[in-house]
Design a protein around this ligand. Structure first.
Ligand SMILES: [Zn+2]
Length: 405
């Protein structure tokens, strides 16, 4: 009898502890201000509209999940592709995405509010609102008109990732072999200065190293990497941030925001992605040669048919995301690391345990298990990003800052 009771007691203890931990993590996730700098909900909305004020099973961001996860500030990614840059539609697509985010806030003023300044977070989140901030991924919508920076600022955009998957009018991309600017273009340099003047965060995620270095050197305000993992774990993968660049970002007072996408945090997946880009370039070159000789080109779908069966999707874990955070904190200090998930942007190829905005408590529990204090966890979840945003705002031209509000 005693033995049975003892065994039962041990069993209860062993199973109850994790549940208590998760309760504590849930509480902290609700209390802390969570800022996620990269959520691709506008892209998903553009493909197929869904009312994100209601629970949507096929979306990684919606109001119900955000509330369960404790998310307070969701940077909506105003993403345009290199193809949209090339065909001249990027400006229009960016405005449509901004329209869609505004529509969410207008349909559900009790659930969402647009956020354009870190000063408004405490006031607007009262009553459980999820705050929607705008981050532009790819400077393509600016075209070649510097006045467009202010036009997008006036619509709420508060960071710009200068380039995406190919060189654009501003900067070179880490993904593309062609790097025409070897830094920033003359227009890119003007854009950085204009962003500083207005109080927009300069984002170096996706950039080629030389472009990132130049942006960091020229920016008069702290710089961010809105969703970049550490290249330390994925050698040779320029899309992830090098230690030297990360240290330079920290020196500006900025922050590196860790994504949850498998392609960035799994070395095997990152290797696949690099191989895919090389294969894709070879395929395109082959077609260009055929075209030049007046021969019929290979079907675009043929590339996918060959590639996909040989490269099944990889998986990744919460522990790998925690490893990224540990590494960043050791390298840069607790004040220069945050989170930029890439939810709704990577076709569900995410770390196990971090599959939607409902899952931040799992991240918090993991950080607690690794010994982070509550104060440190609050910095990682959003405190650091809000500090950087406030510093960028404070460095802006005061005349502009006051007239824009
Ligand atoms: Zn991205």
């Amino acid at each position: 009898m005693r033995l049975t009771l003892l065994a039962f007691g041990l069993l209860t203890l062993a199973t109850a502890a994790p549940a208590q931990d998760l309760d504590a993590a849930r509480r902290l996730a609700q209390q802390a201000i969570i800022v996620d700098t990269h959520i691709d909900a506008p892209g998903a909305l553009r493909k197929r509209w869904a009312d994100l004020g209601e629970e949507q099973p096929d979306r990684e961001f919606d109001y119900a999940k955000a509330r369960r996860g404790g998310l307070d500030v969701a940077f909506m990614s105003i993403y345009t592709s290199a193809a949209q840059d090339a065909d001249g539609s990027a400006w229009q697509v960016a405005h449509q995405m901004l329209d869609s985010v505004e529509a969410l806030a207008q349909r559900h003023p009790d659930r969402f509010a647009l956020l354009t300044s870190p000063k408004d977070v405490e006031r607007l989140r009262q009553g459980g609102r999820v705050l929607l901030a705008m981050g532009m991924e790819n400077g393509a919508p600016l075209g070649d008109d510097i006045a467009n920076v202010q036009r997008f600022y006036d619509r709420g955009v508060r960071y710009i990732t200068l380039a995406h998957s190919a060189a654009n009018r501003l900067a070179d991309s880490s993904y593309a072999a062609e790097k025409p600017w070897n830094g920033l273009s003359p227009f890119g340099k003007q854009v950085v200065a204009e962003m500083n003047r207005l109080g927009m965060m300069v984002d170096v995620s996706h950039l080629a190293d030389a472009s990132a270095w130049e942006a960091i050197r020229l920016s008069k305000a702290p710089v961010i990497a809105s969703h970049s993992a550490f290249r330390h774990f994925t050698p040779g993968f320029e899309r992830n941030i090098s230690d030297a660049l990360a240290l330079a970002i920290a020196k500006t007072g900025g922050v590196v925001q860790i994504p949850f996408g498998t392609a960035f945090i799994s070395p095997e997946a990152a290797a696949d992605m690099q191989a895919r880009y090389r294969a894709r370039q070879a395929f395109n070159q082959h077609n260009a040669n055929l075209r030049a000789q007046g021969l019929p080109v290979l079907d675009e779908a043929a590339f996918e048919r060959d590639w996909a069966p040989q490269h099944p999707p990889r998986t990744s874990t919460l522990a790998q995301v925690l490893d990224q955070i540990d590494y960043g904190v050791k390298l840069l200090g607790i004040d220069h690391v945050g989170i930029g998930s890439d939810f709704d942007g990577v076709d569900g190829e995410l770390a196990d345990g971090l599959r939607s905005v409902a899952d931040y408590p799992n991240l918090v529990a993991g950080l607690q298990a690794r010994g982070y204090s509550e104060a440190d966890i609050r910095k990682l979840l959003g405190g650091n990003l809000l500090r950087v945003w406030a510093a960028v705002e404070a460095a802006a031209d005061p005349a502009r800052a006051s007239s824009g509000q």
